[in-house]
Design a protein around this ligand. Sequence first.
Ligand code: GDP
Ligand code: IMO
Ligand code: MG
Length: 421
Amino acid sequence: MIDVLLGLQWGDEGKGKIVDYLAAKYDVIARFQGGPNAGHTLYVNGNKVVLHTIPSGVFQSHCLNLIGNGVVIDPVTLQKEIHTIVALQPDLLSRLFISQRAHLIIPTHRALDAASEASKGQEKIGSTLKGIGPAYMDKTGRNGLRVGDVLSKDFDKKYEQLKQKHLQMLKQYEHQVDWQEWEAQFFAAIDHLRTLQIVNAEYWIDNQLKAGKKILAEGAQGSMLDIDFGTYPFVTSSNTIAAGVCNGLGVAPSTIGEVYGITKAYCTRVGGGPFPTELLDDTGEALRKAGSEFGATTGRPRRCGWIDLVALRYAVMLSGVTKLIITKTDVLDQFSPIQAAVAYKVDGVETKELPYDLCSVSVEPVYQSFAGWGKPISECKTYEETSQDFKDYCRFVEQYLQTKIGYVSNGTGRDQLLVIS
Ligand code: GDP
Ligand code: IMO
Ligand code: MG
């Protein structure tokens, strides 16, 4: 079976930490979408590591790690990441596999991302500028370059054709980007890529399943950044919900087992776009400070606000989440009361449904107030030790979302996790 782990908000819910913990129970960890826009933070023996393309199972030495066909790979970032991880985990390369169908991000994709964002001015998406959107555009536009192409003798020709197409496109933008200096690095990274284990991943994963291996699919970004169901156009360019696993790994829906959905005990967003529960006041600032809410990939300050149960219920519905994981509960230790949005007033009318276009309506969250935790959760070693107020809050969230909470995370460390069910 393939279990799935997804972010239910706008990303950065703590997926890296949880995958690193859960990986102890799995044989294979597989990324199925996204690319180096992701930044998954892990603490390994006290060292902070941020993973962008490599699955978060690399530090459990029995785990194989697959970068699936749904991922877009920047060979330069991948090479740098491998270099960093090998220093900590020397056997990495023997446990890393890459789908030949995964698409490549080339230097001019990054230039197009930057030029397109600059041309939008105030309306910009707030992209991570890693070339994600342009690379997925070439994939669906049937122009893309895939990992398997690096093994073909025509690779340089194919690259040149795609680059020329991009150069024509870049001419329409005022903002010019100096991408040429990235090209030498890119070709060095392509040489490195050729030395890695490039596999026919859909057969590879099928063989793992037939051998009875346990697989965990690791999502990147979050459900509200999904290309179809997120806060379009302020989204990323892939399907971040559970459905993306089938496309992104080449597996049948019947192979999917547990779907873990992760949410913070509050909410953050980095980049532009609607965020109904955003706090632009001192409380928002206090959340940012207490939660160290700065982007793992870009270092940008994350926008902060209260948990949004309306959006969470939507995300749980879209992916059929079977188990919830609530992270960063310790960040709320110092807050009382704690608010949770339980409905929206959309143009004055109360609803529990997410509107089609959050950008074009006026949305006012309806909050339910909860006492703070009382006892600091960061000091608790088991769920039983937590305060009654915290337990009541958990029951409320479970009832609202009609889903059981499996784990509560109360710190950055691998073992700072309270098991509930
Ligand atoms: P991801 O993209 O979902 O993997 O999340 P990020 O790594 O971008 O951001 C999550 C941040 O929160 C990281 O700095 C984690 O170390 C940190 N983190 C994860 N879980 C907890 C938690 O329970 N408590 C605290 N205080 N920090 C956490
Ligand atoms: P992880 O996996 C948070 C956001 C960007 C921007 C929008 C589009 O660490 O949770 P893109 O570069 O994809 O074109 O940017 O999506 N974004 C993320 N926000 N966490 C992420 O990944 C993100 N990946 C993209 O900030 O608003
Ligand atoms: Mg992140």
